[in-house]
Design a protein around this ligand. Structure first.
Ligand code: SF4
Ligand code: MG
Length: 332
């Protein structure tokens, strides 16, 4: 199968002023997304995942590297090709409170992309809005109301309806449930999965928490300080994590069974995430890695495929070395 999205060595540096190093928000990321799948991207705040999301939907342009959607160059696209791409690539933002204009009705919010792209207007637009509202579990009469009349979960449904208005093919969901109550999160995740099946959508699903993407993702990529450090099928990543950072994240995912929790390896990382303006030399994770050896401080680990579809950037991964060593006993 041909990938629908190809991201190759993408970098995004933000200048911070004269004589100061730029923030290397995304610093050499490569991965593919296949049609119909969900790829989760996980990492702590500041790892570059939201910047990467905005690069993919062309809300930002990369400093270097290539992004191709369905074979087309997303970065170079202009004119009618860019308008077409803007329909195909949509984003669902994190915060349903700030991403909806309080002065507009739901009809105006969800109908806006239809008007802007000349897809529908008047009664036809209204009908399409009503269909979209029903698709996300709201009612047609909600179209007359304003965002403040809805709960957080309902607002996120409105945001999703708007993102689907133009029948996109790839939807980048940037922490779509992080601002919601836990009880509501599962409903929105279920809705997103239903919509994926119904409309044949491809998702990139961004979260700071592995637990959120664990069930929804076919594959999961883990980011640290502007780079991908590991990418694998979701089950493979949980059963055979190779990067010490991935293992630390997995060890923080709550498990309900206390016995299983007690048996499990627990990795607490020391220190803070360094500044993306001054990332450590060599492996960027070496300042916090319980397994770091000398070469980690000078040599950048290569992004390589160590098993079918299992990618990792760690000097020690893939040779049975990481798995066989006692990460658990890492001193603080
Ligand atoms: Fe740790 Fe070295 Fe692997 Fe980086 S390359 S994750 S510092 S062992
Ligand atoms: Mg799915």
């Amino acid at each position: 199968v041909r990938p629908i999205l190809e991201v190759r060595d993408v970098k995004k540096y933000f200048p911070t002023g004269r004589r100061r190093p730029p923030v290397k928000a995304v610093d050499g990321v490569s991965f593919h997304v296949y049609p119909g799948e969900t790829v989760g991207l996980v990492g702590e705040s500041g790892c570059g995942k939201s910047t990467l999301a905005r690069l993919i939907v062309r809300l930002l342009t990369p400093s270097s590297g290539t992004i191709r959607f369905d074979g087309q160059d997303v970065v170079a696209a202009g004119g009618s090709q860019l308008r077409r791409l803007r329909r195909d690539l949509q984003m669902v933002f994190q915060d349903p409170y700030s991403s909806l204009n309080p002065r507009l009705t739901v009809r105006e919010i969800v109908g806006e992309p239809l008007l802007v792209h000349g897809v529908a207007r008047g009664r036809q637009m209204e009908r399409q809005v009503e269909e979209l509202l029903e698709a996300v579990g709201l009612r047609p009469e909600h179209a007359r109301r304003y965002p403040h009349e809805f709960s957080g979960g309902q607002r996120q449904r409105i945001v999703i309806a708007r993102a689907l208005a133009l029948k996109p093919r790839l939807v980048v969901c940037d922490e779509p449930v992080s601002a919601l109550d836990v009880s509501v999160q599962a409903q929105i995740l279920n809705l997103l999965q239903d919509l994926q099946d119904r409309f044949g959508l491809t998702y990139i699903f961004i979260a700071h928490d592995l637990a959120v993407v664990q069930n929804i993702s076919d594959r999961i990529g883990v980011m640290y300080l502007g780079r991908l450090v590991e990418l694998a099928r979701a089950d493979e990543l949980f059963e055979r994590p190779l990067h010490p950072y991935t293992r630390a994240l997995i060890s923080a995912v709550p498990v309900p069974d206390p016995e299983a929790a007690a048996r499990r390896e627990r990795i607490v990382l020391r220190g803070e995430v360094p500044s993306p303006a001054r990332p450590p030399a060599g492996c960027r994770f070496h300042t916090r890695c319980p397994l770091a050896v000398d070469r980690c401080r000078t040599e950048v680990p290569e992004w390589r495929e160590v098993g079918p579809g299992h990618w990792v950037a760690c000097h020690l991964a893939g040779e049975g070395e990481v798995a066989g060593r006692g990460v658990t006993a890492a001193p603080p």
